[in-house]
Design a protein around this ligand. Structure first.
Ligand SMILES: Cc1ncc(COP(=O)(O)O)c(C=O)c1O
Length: 446
């Protein structure tokens, strides 16, 4: 048999082969926004142009880019061990990191299950919720409740409980037995709120309605983000999460807090659960755990959940779930180094202290052409823009391009919303720079 002819080699500058995720591929490939280096608060294009990072990559690099202690930890671990199987064997660093993470989590959230992304963390948490109800003798609890406008990654579990239409509509019937709480956003009642809006606590009561409809005995868990990020920064209304927690308690429903974005300092605390004074049953995390340097995600669970599985013959696997790259050595080393940096440089406290200045600075953009709402919480902000006639999303895309090419600023967009989530090392001058550049972009795209 003769070998098939090889495909013609692509030239190194050919951008065609890479089908880019969540990207307008054709527009990007006509005018690529490439970055090939990073340091501190900046990315650098291949030709050396410095781009101010207004988004910590993608809510990831909380400690700033290419921090030497993290780079060094990864280098040293790669030299020591490339890979350790996480099933039936273990790398000491995985246990160290699990201990460090659980020490940051509230109350008795003290066991950590590792995976490689936020999407996997969400699917893991949903599976643990179902399995836990199984082992505690409540196997009829099979329903999962998410929220409109929620984002929980792109696994089938995550898009099923998620509430962003475009992420769901092309992918069939999704998981059965899922229902949704209403979004907590209401522009009329909340526009231009700094931090948690005053209006909206009562929206948690919608869970009572779902219990009446489905019966608590069929509901396993509720999953929400403390601040809905990917849909464009929607902070929880004051009192909302506490009220939701109380209703979950009343009916024996597990509460999963998706902290993939809010974990590791984004809202001024190790986890937003602490900011809101609640103890969820599980917390999902990713991104900031390694300051974005190596893929990693995970779920922190309460002791009672872990303990419920620890029965039966000791040679038996207790939970039939896990990933080849759960607790990868490079991710564990990077995670420990990132947590050291957060602690040494007090970066969570820094985010907390900067929040009022950040909020005031971003709110100064109110009144610019077509600015419909601005929301801030922790070191995050979103600016809703009025669309151009018949071209929803085009203005934000133009803003993204102008920011990158004309203002040397990286921002994110969600529909017609501009989103900012800078590294927690940002200086007050750099906050001013982001706001000044954004003002130019908003005016230029009006
Ligand atoms: C709240 C939340 N959950 C889950 C995810 C999915 O994470 P990943 O893209 O790492 O799969 C994200 C990503 O932004 C997120 O914001």
């Amino acid at each position: 048999m003769s070998r098939p002819a090889e495909k013609p080699a692509l030239s190194p500058n050919d951008l065609e082969a890479f089908w880019m995720p969540f990207t307008a591929n054709r527009s990007f490939k006509k005018r690529p926004r490439l970055v090939s280096r990073a340091k501190g608060m900046h990315y650098y294009t291949p030709e050396g142009r410095a781009i101010l990072d207004g988004v910590a990559g993608m809510w990831c690099t909380n400690a700033g880019h290419n921090r030497e202690p993290i780079v060094e930890a990864i280098r040293a671990e790669a030299q020591a061990v490339d890979y350790v199987p996480p099933f039936q064997f273990g790398n000491p660093k995985a246990f160290t990191l699990a201990n460090r993470i659980s020490a940051l989590a509230p109350a008795d959230l003290d066991h950590v299950f590792f995976c490689n992304s936020g999407s996997e963390a969400v699917d893991t948490a949903l599976k643990i919720a179902l399995a836990y109800n199984n082992v505690r003798g409540e196997a009829s609890r099979v329903r999962l409740i998410g929220r409109e406008r929620g984002y929980h990654g792109v696994g089938f579990g995550g898009i099923s409980v998620g509430g962003m239409g475009p992420n769901r509509k092309q992918f069939g019937a999704l998981m059965a037995g899922v229902d949704h709480l209403p979004t907590t956003y209401n522009r009329e009642k909340q526009a231009f709120s700094k931090g948690e809006p005053e209006w909206g606590e009562h929206l948690a009561d919608a869970l009572e309605g779902l219990v009446a409809l489905h019966d608590a005995s069929t509901i396993a868990a509720v999953i929400v983000e403390p601040m809905a990020g990917s849909t464009g920064v929607i902070p929880a209304p004051k009192g909302y999460l506490k009220r939701l927690r109380a209703i979950c308690d009343k009916y024996g429903i597990l509460m999963i807090l998706d902290e993939v974005i809010t974990g590791f300092g984004r809202l001024g605390f190790p986890f937003a659960a602490e900011r809101y004074g609640i103890v969820p049953d599980m917390i999902t995390f990713a991104k900031g755990v390694t300051s974005g340097s190596v893929p990693m995600g995970g779920v922190i669970v309460r002791k009672g959940i872990y303990d419920a599985f620890m029965k039966g013959p000791e040679h038996m696997v207790e939970l039939f779930h896990g990933y080849t790259y759960s607790a990868h050595p490079l991710a564990c080393a990077a995670g420990i180094a990132a947590l050291d940096l957060y602690r040494e440089e007090k970066l969570f406290e820094r985010a907390y202290q900067l929040e009022p200045k950040w909020a005031d600075a971003v709110m100064s953009l109110k009144g610019l052409p077509g600015v419909l709402d601005i929301r801030t919480v922790g070191l995050t902000a979103a600016i809703d823009l009025a669309s151009k006639p018949d071209a929803v999303g085009k203005r934000a895309y133009e803003a993204l391009e102008r920011a990158f090419f004309d203002e040397n600023l990286m921002l994110r967009t969600a529909g017609e919303t501009l989103v900012f989530t800078p590294p927690l090392i940002i200086s007050e001058d750099e906050i001013g720079e982001i706001v000044e550049k954004t003002a130019k972009v908003i005016k230029a795209t009006a």
